[in-house]
Design a protein around this ligand. Structure first.
Ligand code: AHR
Length: 325
């Protein structure tokens, strides 16, 4: 039935009659299963969906905060299928375990968009994906460190993002690829901080006890970096140029503020402003157009003032002023 409605919809669209209403002329029902509320990045991403998928724009958005619970996320997708939503957008908490539910969405004829993170499933099982390249983000961080250290030895600690998430997997893969070329680098430990400030702090407290000597802390997101800083502050450990090196990901406003202050030496962006891209994909599908299997959300890296880099952009007041989230 959905497939017939989609066809009718495409024909009407071709006649230029409407853009985002479904075949009954109602608002388009969009179900979004959001990862949770673990980080500033996540809150910015959620707000961006509320800002873009408005009733005025022709959408009825139901966004579910899945609180980092994979089973809950699967059950909410199934609820959207039962309620016959027009589109389902999934931001997968973890890469694994999606085949069955994606097949159910497909069998129901509901277009499915994978957003932000990725799944370990055949691309034939979903309509399209929108997101950043997490492996490239990890590689950017590694290449910046390579440039900054210029052959010096380094003992490295890693506070990972949530285990099993494509964000953590990709960033680790990208960074490790660069690290593999540097026998003078030693990764002392790599531990899950769950993308939260508390998680980052707890892992860093543990690292400080176990590794009295280290040079670099790689945090898989800004909130983990703030937690790591809290732990280092409490232990009287200094960070910045000439001190311990902190590398982070996300490049949120607060993250870039701390980069401009010289506390974080390199912050690699992961852009949460993705809703308008998802909306354009939906509009294209409504118009019966073929969409790319993957739309890349571009991002870049930043480093602290006083550091010259060919890899990332050196922070300025103007860059910070332009960073809304
Ligand atoms: O999937 C994006 C990642 O998840 C962001 O880096 C992080 O802050 C978030 O929680």
């Amino acid at each position: 039935m959905k497939k017939i409605l989609a066809l009718v919809c495409a024909l009407v669209m071709a006649c230029g009659l409407f853009v985002t209403a479904n075949a009954e002329g109602d608002l388009l029902k969009i179900g979004y299963v959001q990862v949770g509320h673990e980080s500033d990045w996540r809150m910015a991403n959620t707000q961006n969906y509320f800002d873009v998928f408005t009733k005025e724009a022709g959408f009825d958005l139901e966004l579910i905060d899945c609180d980092n619970d994979h089973a809950l996320q699967l059950s909410k997708v199934r609820e959207f299928v039962q309620k016959d939503f027009d589109y389902i957008v999934i931001d997968p908490i973890q890469t694994a375990g999606w085949d069955d539910v994606l097949k159910e969405v497909q069998d129901a004829g509901i277009p499915c968009i994978i957003a932000d993170r990725s799944v370990d499933a055949s691309p034939d099982l979903y309509t399209t994906a929108v997101g950043t390249d997490m492996t490239a983000e990890g590689e950017t961080a590694g290449k910046w460190l390579e440039e900054y250290l210029a052959g010096k030895e380094a003992k490295i600690l890693v506070i990972e993002g949530s285990t099993g998430s494509s964000a953590a997997i990709g960033r680790a893969e990208g960074f490790n690829k660069v690290a593999a070329n540097h026998p003078e680098w030693e990764i002392l430990a790599s531990q899950d901080g769950d993308f939260t400030q508390n998680g980052g702090q707890a892992v860093m407290e543990d690292f400080i006890k176990r590794f009295p000597e280290f040079d670099v802390v790689v945090c898989h997101n800004d909130n983990e970096a703030y937690g790591a800083m809290d732990a280092m502050d409490a232990a009287g450990i200094k960070y910045g140029v000439g001190e311990k090196i902190i590398i982070s990901f996300d490049a949120t406003n607060e993250g870039l503020k701390r980069t401009l202050d010289g506390q974080i030496l390199c912050d690699v962006e992961c852009n949460p402003i993705q809703a308008v891209i998802v909306m354009n994909v939906i509009k294209a599908l409504q118009a019966g157009e073929t969409v790319e299997k993957f739309t890349l959300v571009p991002d870049e890296g930043f480093c602290a003032p006083g550091i010259e880099s060919a890899i990332v952009t050196t922070m300025t007041d103007e860059v910070l002023a332009g960073r809304k989230y």
